[in-house]
Design a protein around this ligand. Structure first.
Ligand code: PLP
Length: 427
């Protein structure tokens, strides 16, 4: 089978060697997937989902039972009170922006506990870009407490929370940072700490890439509002667009007024054709997230073996579906990501190049040979073009595809003479 892609002969021995090593890591992932599958299945059964729910409304979308039931299913699975699951949320950034604008008012302060957030949030907050329409322009101030060795600096955080602090936000995933993602246990510790310092603070989680990587979500351990994108984990590869916001009813109501308009909130919004994908995608998501996690372990194990620094290591517990790899070389990074594209089912014949993308501060290269534009539960890779040239590889709907994709990337590096590792099989 290696001959389909004219891969280096050495892979035929190396791949089974790596897979033998990582096999035991898969047991825990299969357990998490089985648990989450049961949870989602039970929620579908409890809400008596029928064919009717999968047909979606047009126009105002009044009384769309499919939309209302899907909201309840998300709320149940996330052990929260209320949810908004909508195709009208255009991306993860939009979900985060609606959440923050829905909760914060002029004079309030937003505090990020996990260092400055994901690049695209900087313009929302007003710390990058022209500032138009940002939280800052609305008189909402912002602070962040930098991480210390990848952990929350509680001493500084205690000092940073004060009378104006209304929302304390965290980013669960590593995003485009060389740092660990946060476990549910660590998030519980953060929630408990923040509530202890100021009980009326709203604890807000950017949950992008974290869904179904553990058996519970941040809402289970006390987070008030969590948000994410449907073209990542919970869309299960089938959602064509959309986002979700889940949490306490009083906060979700305020956010729903920002999503649509005060008064109409969550009661309107045609699902025009998205319901079936959202339902089926959510049903499949625990499995596809597990495939992506297994692919991440394979990627880490192989690249570590070949001499690269990876984050997380193949042996580490995963709390998101991102695998970061340090290339220390611009050309190697670009070649690796071009290999991901070359190993994809869509647009395998074209090569991505670095470019300026709205919302990002450095040039970015995005490899995404995907069925849904930008969908990153599908195998994809991104990197801001800056030192030390770290590539972020995520997703993959099947473990098997991730394997071929990564091997294609390494083959590309070998061809260009950029490969610095060796193929010897020893630990
Ligand atoms: C993807 C992502 C976002 C932004 O989502 P987009 O859909 O790209 O706008 C925000 N935070 C994290 C951690 C993400 O992974």
């Amino acid at each position: 089978m290696f001959s389909f892609f004219k891969l280096k002969k050495e892979f035929e021995q190396l791949v089974p060697f790596i897979e033998g090593k990582i096999e035991k890591q898969f047991r825990e992932i299969h357990h998490i997937a089985a648990y989450n599958q049961a949870k989602v299945l039970k929620a579908f059964q409890n809400h008596q989902v029928t064919d009717y729910h999968l047909q979606s409304s047009t126009g105002y979308g009044y009384d769309d039972l499919g939309r209302e039931t899907l909201d309840r299913i998300y709320a149940d699975v996330f052990q929260a009170e209320t949810a908004l699951v909508r195709p009208h949320i255009v991306s993860g950034t939009h979900a985060l922006a609606i959440g923050l604008f829905g909760l914060l008012r002029p004079g309030d302060e937003l505090l990020y506990l996990t260092g400055d957030p994901y690049d695209t949030l900087e313009e929302v907050i007003g710390i990058a870009g022209e500032g138009m329409g940002s939280l800052k322009e609305w008189g909402i101030s912002y602070r962040s407490v930098p991480l210390q060795d990848g952990k929350v600096n509680y001493e500084e955080a205690a000092k940073a929370i004060h009378a104006k602090t209304k929302v304390v936000a965290i980013q669960r995933s590593r995003g485009y940072e060389w740092r660990p993602s946060f476990s549910i246990e660590e998030i519980k510790e953060m929630v408990d700490f923040v509530k202890e310092v100021k009980s009326d603070v709203i604890f807000f989680v950017d949950n992008c890439y974290g869904e179904f990587t553990d058996i519970v979500e941040p809402t289970t351990v006390g987070a008030d509002v969590i948000v994410g994108s449907l073209i990542k984990n919970p869309g299960g590869g089938l959602a064509k667009t959309g986002g979700y916001i889940v949490g306490k009813s009083r906060y979700i109501k305020s956010i729903s007024y920002r999503l649509t308009a005060p008064g109409i909130g969550s009661k309107v919004g045609a699902m025009h054709g998205h319901s079936a994908d959202f339902y089926q995608g959510f049903f499949l998501a625990p499995h596809f997230v597990a495939e992506a996690l297994k692919g991440g372990i394979f990627t880490a194990a192989l690249l570590e073996h070949l001499g690269y620094e990876t984050n997380p290591l193949w042996t580490e517990k995963r709390n998101d579906i991102i695998q970061a790899v340090k290339f220390n070389n611009k050309e190697a990074l670009i070649t690796f990501l071009q290999g991901i594209q070359k190993g994809s089912p869509i647009d395998s014949h074209v090569a991505p190049v670095p470019a300026q993308i709205p919302g990002y501060q450095s040039e970015v290269i995005m490899a995404a040979g995907v069925f849904v534009q930008g969908a990153s539960l599908e195998l994809s890779g991104d990197a801001p073009i800056r030192e030390p040239y770290i590539g972020y590889i995520q997703g993959g709907l099947t473990y098997e595809h991730i394997k071929w994709g990564i091997l294609t990337s390494i083959e590309q590096m070998v061809e260009k003479g950029l490969f610095k590792g060796n193929f010897l099989m020893k630990n």
